[in-house]
Ligand binder design. Structure first.
Ligand code: NAP
Length: 484
């Protein structure tokens, strides 16, 4: 069966004002299976006119949605959580076909991504203000929270569901309407989700989905439109910087979840087996195509050989192949350019003197596969120390004391997440206080959790998604001075 035949039924038009519509002019673009390069679907290629129509629909629905009781908003999210969970197998097939990750990774993302729908269904009814007496006793101070207004969300290809639900669920819970622009490489998951939210009872116009290949051209006028009040973006730092500039004119509320370069510290007192287990998660979740992926393993010299040998054994034991095949651990990278970038970073490190412990060579055949790779003796001037790898490559660096380890960890423009393995409690505190990141995993290789605030500092952006903080991004605080 071809990949095209394996694709479950999924909408391929634009979702605007509750209707599925073709792009003005009827253009489409192909969505490809990265394990073969074969086209699996053709989705609508929106024009500027379509983008504006989506914002018109969001603006028209905003007032009624803000006035909808929080419990009703929450119930729709809860229903959507249940539908997504029930239909996990169907969505996992769609996601694996358009993005490449193995089915088990798609299912893990669906469990994670659906959880934002449930979490924010619960947060919808917990939005509160406060009341106090002014210090001079003369007036009362009242604050209330109101939805920011229509939101534009732009999402990446690496977690096609979760990067969407992390924005859509809190926006809906807060009473905001939203236009979503999913990544051109993986639009099908978002179109499927829009259909599910409609089935769950979301009123027309509250969520609108625009797919396009003319991204900058279609998004620009929306960002410049004075009716838009908030821009939330997950993607590369470079595009994020340009979007912040564009949003300055309208003084939009902005959230930016950008790139990462996570350090993974292994101290001499660490449980090395647990560190290897954590390393497999931090490196290989999503084939390394995660902003949270460990990009630099920084290991104490006294345990570096043991850690490198054990990590190499584990990486060699992984099975690569098309994501729909049974038992596959590692799928293809999302596209040829991504695969070539990873190969180039490895070639640069090896050219400068790194030792290849496993992997490192491109396999024959169709698809954008890159093998799990471990590099040791990696020179500090290697490009993969400063650039986001976004692939299954683990470069190992060594250190000899804690201050040096922290300095190496912080020696990056990024600041999304860091991991540290140590059994010394005092060191744990020094380390998590000293790391310049928005998130830290201690003795664990994964931090993503819908109940926790996800986000970065420095070039990794600003704003938080998830936790009790996540809904605040979609709320304004209004203060009322009450005299009597
Ligand atoms: P990207 O190239 O920045 O694209 C992200 C989104 O922005 C896509 O929907 C893309 O549309 C859109 N876009 C591109 N150019 C645009 C423009 N001029 N105006 C408006 N939108 C534009 O990033 P990516 O390659 O998809 O994703 C990988 C990056 O995302 C990595 O750097 C990763 O670290 C980061 N990421 C961060 C987080 C986090 O939470 N911090 C999570 C996941 C990923 P097209 O697809 O049509 O180009």
């Amino acid at each position: 069966m071809s990949a095209h035949d394996a694709l479950p039924e999924v909408p391929q038009q634009l979702f605007i004002g509750g209707s599925w519509v073709d792009a003005a002019g009827g253009a489409t673009f192909a969505v490809e299976d990265p394990s073969t390069g074969e086209a699996i679907a053709h989705v609508a290629d929106a024009t500027v006119e379509d983008g504006t129509a989506a914002l018109d629909a969001a603006v028209a629905a905003q007032k009624d949605w803000a006035a909808t009781p929080p419990r009703d908003r929450g119930e729709i999210l809860r229903k959507a959580f249940e539908i997504v969970t029930e239909r996990t197998d169907e969505l996992a097939t769609i996601m694996t076909l358009e993005m490449g990750k193995p089915l088990k990774e798609s299912k893990a993302e669906i469990a994670y991504g659906a959880e934002f729908l449930r979490w924010f269904s619960e947060e919808a009814v917990r939005v509160a203000g406060r009341y106090s007496t002014a210090p001079n006793g003369a007036t009362r101070l009242l604050t209330l929270k109101q939805p920011v207004g229509p939101v534009l969300a732009i999402t990446p290809w690496n977690f096609p569901l979760a990067m969407g639900t992390r924005k859509i669920a809190p926006a809906i819970a807060a009473g905001c309407t939203i236009v979503v622009k999913p990544a051109g490489l993986t639009p099908l998951t978002m179109l499927w989700l829009a259909q599910v939210l409609a089935e769950a009872g979301l009123p027309d116009g509250v969520l609108n989905v625009v797919t396009t290949k003319s991204t900058g051209k279609v998004m620009g006028p929306l960002i410049a439109d004075p009716r838009l009040r908030k821009l939330t973006f997950t993607g590369s730092t470079e595009v994020g910087q340009s979007l912040v500039e564009q949003s300055a004119k309208g003084l939009l509320r902005v959230s930016m979840e950008l790139g990462g370069n996570a350090p993974f510290l292994v101290f001499d007192d660490a449980d090395v087996d647990a560190a290897v287990e954590g390393a497999m998660l931090a490196k290989m979740r999503n084939i390394g195509e995660a902003c949270t992926a460990a990009n630099r393993f920084i290991v104490h010299a006294s345990v570096a050989e043991e850690f490198s040998t054990k990590l190499t054994e584990r990486m060699q034991g992984l099975k690569s192949g098309p994501g729909l095949e049974d038992g596959v651990d590692v799928g293809p990278l999302v596209e040829e350019a991504q695969r070539d970038k990873v190969a180039q970073l490895v070639a640069d490190a090896v050219g400068k003197g790194a030792t290849v412990r496993c992997g490192g060579t491109l396999p024959d055949g169709p698809g954008w596969f890159y093998p799990p790779t471990v590099l040791t003796d990696v020179p500090l001037d290697s490009d993969l120390r400063t650039e986001e790898i976004f692939g299954p490559v683990a470069p190992i660096f060594t250190f000899t004391d804690e201050d040096e380890a922290l300095a190496m960890a912080n020696d990056t423009e990024y600041g999304l997440v860091a991991y540290a393995f140590t059994r010394d409690h005092a060191r744990v505190i020094r380390v998590y206080e000293g790391l310049e990141t928005g998130m830290v995993g201690i003795n664990q290789g994964i931090v993503s959790n819908p109940a926790a605030p996800f986000g970065g500092v420095k070039a990794s952006g600003f704003g938080r998604e998830g936790g009790t903080e996540g809904i605040e991004e979609y709320l304004e605080t209004k203060y009322v001075g009450l005299a009597f």
